[in-house]
Write a protein that binds this ligand. Structure first.
Ligand code: AMP
Ligand code: ZN
Length: 117
């Protein structure tokens, strides 16, 4: 990403745009989705800018483990670990990706249908 490009989730990560942050470590930050699709719907993102899954490689893919570690901790904190939850990452247009900074959705608190639409 060039210096002139703006990324909403980079701005949330560096706190120039506010969000309801629920988890933060050196590499990862998580916040409530602005348009929740479930009683608990948060987004877990690496602080490092990675646009899509397609940009993952041997140098940056370590962050994906941290995203899942965050998911497990958040599920525990919000008491949804036992009942269950879904994590999903959309890639590009056919999957409906609208923000081009890697993010894991965590959805919980209701019965989720399968397969997703
Ligand atoms: P995706 O469609 O997978 O790219 O998901 C992007 C998600 O970001 C959507 O669920 C949006 O509701 C959410 N979103 C967009 N802007 C914000 C924001 N400023 N704060 C929190 N969530 C946002
Ligand atoms: Zn970004």
């Amino acid at each position: 990403m060039s210096a002139v490009d703006k990324c909403l989730f980079c701005d949330i990560a560096n706190k120039t745009i506010p969000a309801e942050i629920i988890y933060e470590t050196k590499n990862v930050i998580a916040f409530h989705d602005i348009n929740p699709e479930a009683p608990l719907h948060c987004l877990i993102i690496p602080k490092m800018h990675i646009a899509t899954i397609n940009e993952l490689d041997a140098k940056n893919s370590f962050v994906v483990a941290y995203l899942y570690e965050a998911a497990a901790e958040i599920a525990d904190k919000y008491n949804v670990a036992k009942e269950g939850y879904r994590v999903v990452m959309n890639c590009n247009k056919d999957a409906g990706q609208t923000v081009f900074h890697l993010h894991l959705h965590l959805l919980a608190g209701r019965k989720l249908s399968w397969p997703p639409g």
